[in-house]
Design a protein around this ligand. Structure first.
Ligand SMILES: [Zn+2]
Length: 162
């Protein structure tokens, strides 16, 4: 599967270029217990060239499996952005790559504190852990790892009651 969105600039048609397709989800470089990609990035974009500026607009989406921060259940959540917009200086370039722009936009849309409510579901309290973890928020954001390299959940796994 494609890993880049490349827009050719040679003989760019006046009416613009339409691009659509799928990108390999591995472009995100994330795959941990709390955030997993479960499908390709889908995109539908339109590119217009204005002198040396390429303007790209369109919609992108990508499905993820997230860990609910409250009950530790898994929820499938698709990031959908209906209107992305990029302006890229392409002076002297033969092609433009908007992969990074798309990746960053999608990552920014990932919920920082995923909960089952996100998809209209209710948390199932897992008795195994006890409900002391309810609404525990050890760190904001979907952090795969702490700066020390340990998952935020590693510390919790050492809880003696487990
Ligand atoms: Zn939940």
């Amino acid at each position: 599967m494609k890993q880049q969105i490349i827009i050719p600039l040679e003989e760019f048609p006046e009416e613009g270029i339409e691009l659509s397709g799928e990108l390999d989800g591995s472009i995100f470089g994330i795959d941990c217990e709390d955030v997993r990609r479960i499908g390709p990035v889908e995109y539908r974009l339109e590119a217009q060239l204005y002198d040396t500026e390429l303007v790209v607009r369109g919609e992108v989406s990508a499905p993820f499996r997230l860990r609910c921060m409250r009950c530790l259940g898994e929820i499938d959540y698709t990031v959908e952005i209906e209107e992305v917009s990029y302006a890229i200086d392409v002076k002297g370039k033969m092609s433009a790559d908007v992969t990074d722009e798309v990746r960053e936009d999608i990552l920014l849309e990932l919920p920082g504190y995923p909960k089952c409510e996100l998809i209209g579901a209710e948390c199932e309290i897992n008795d195994k852990f006890g409900d002391f973890r309810l609404d525990k928020d050890p760190q904001p954001g979907v952090n795969c790892a702490t700066p020390s390299g340990n998952s935020v959940w590693d510390a919790l796994d050492q809880y003696p009651g487990k």
